[in-house]
Write a protein that binds this ligand. Structure first.
Ligand code: HEM
Ligand code: HEM
Length: 241
């Protein structure tokens, strides 16, 4: 494993170590919040606030791990000295990345409805703009193809949208029954999408070679699933890799 391989597993590792445990806690607290409100279950009064606090970290965390994935994918597709589009394009993409992070922080802090709506949309647009770069692999961009629905990228974009929706509509969820219902529906869907992301992510991990294996695997035909015969092995006693 070299630095570039560690960078590749940075996003999956963050998702597994930070995001998925947080999903479990946030879901449990959400269910308890509802049990307390609807069934009058004897649970601490802080349940709703804890769900909201950790929910905010979950939303921001999901956007952050997605930005990590996109940055790594774009920055490591070619050696930095041969970055397609040169310094001008690299600078533009960096601006989009920084702008997206600033939009997320603004959304986190905002209280006014219009500001929350605008910055949730800007954050989502930032993620989609980085994701639209040719370096980012997508199984399909056509929703009428099955591959689109199996695409880690598109499911990831959908989950980011749902998380930003929860983060942006926090005061409404707290105040109005209609919004709470919408929130629960959106997050039942998000929970299903998180499961699909876990499956498609591990699938993708299986398909990404270590960087020293890449040149050989690039010669494979991924459609017919055929690889050229391996080069002859070194003689016994020769230095291996
Ligand atoms: C896995 C994701 C999530 C699930 C399954 C979930 C589920 C729930 C449920 C079941 C409730 C109770 C609704 C009711 O009382 O009828 C709730 C309330 C709420 N959720 Fe979530 N939620 C999730 C993520 C989030 C996120 C990311 C936020 C972002 C801030 C959030 C903010 C809130 C707020 C503000 C309330 C109202 C709390 C209160 O009444 O004090 N949730 N959620
Ligand atoms: C919180 C849930 C997750 C979200 C929202 C998410 C989203 C994304 C997005 C948007 C990308 C960039 C597009 C792409 O290259 O496909 C990506 C890349 C990737 N994700 Fe995830 N993902 C999540 C969880 C996971 C998990 C659990 C794994 C595996 C254990 C995983 C493995 C990967 C891999 C291997 C890549 C490609 C990285 C590369 O080519 O360098 N992801 N993810």
């Amino acid at each position: 494993m070299e630095a570039i391989d560690w960078l590749t597993i940075l996003h999956p590792a963050l998702a597994v170590v930070l995001i998925y445990p947080l999903i479990g806690v946030v879901m449990r607290l959400g269910i308890q919040t509802r049990a307390r409100r609807v069934d009058g279950a004897k649970l601490p009064a802080s349940t709703g606030r804890e769900h909201t606090d950790l929910g905010r970290w979950l939303s921001a965390g999901v956007v952050a791990v997605v930005l990590v994935a996109l940055t790594v994918v774009i920055a490591t597709a070619a050696p930095l000295s041969q970055f397609p589009g040169g310094a001008a394009r690299a600078g533009q993409l960096l601006l989009v990345l920084v702008g997206t992070v600033i939009a997320l922080i603004t959304l986190w802090r905002a209280t006014e409805k219009a500001i929350r709506l605008v910055f949730a949309l800007i954050t989502w647009a930032g993620v989609i703009s980085l994701g639209a770069q040719p370096e980012v692999f997508r199984l399909s961009d056509n929703p009428f193809q099955l591959e689109f629905w199996q695409s880690h990228y598109w499911i990831g974009v959908a989950v980011v949208g749902l998380m930003l929706f929860s983060l942006g509509s926090r005061p409404e969820i707290q105040r109005e029954l209609r919004w709470r219902r919408l929130h629960v529906t959106a997050n039942v869907l998000a929970a299903v999408l998180f499961v699909i992301l876990g499956i498609t992510g591990t699938r993708d991990l299986l398909e990404i070679p270590l960087h020293w294996q890449k040149s050989t695997l690039d010669q494979c035909n991924w459609t017919s699933r055929v690889c050229p015969p391996a080069a002859p092995q070194g003689q016994p006693g020769q230095k291996g890799s």
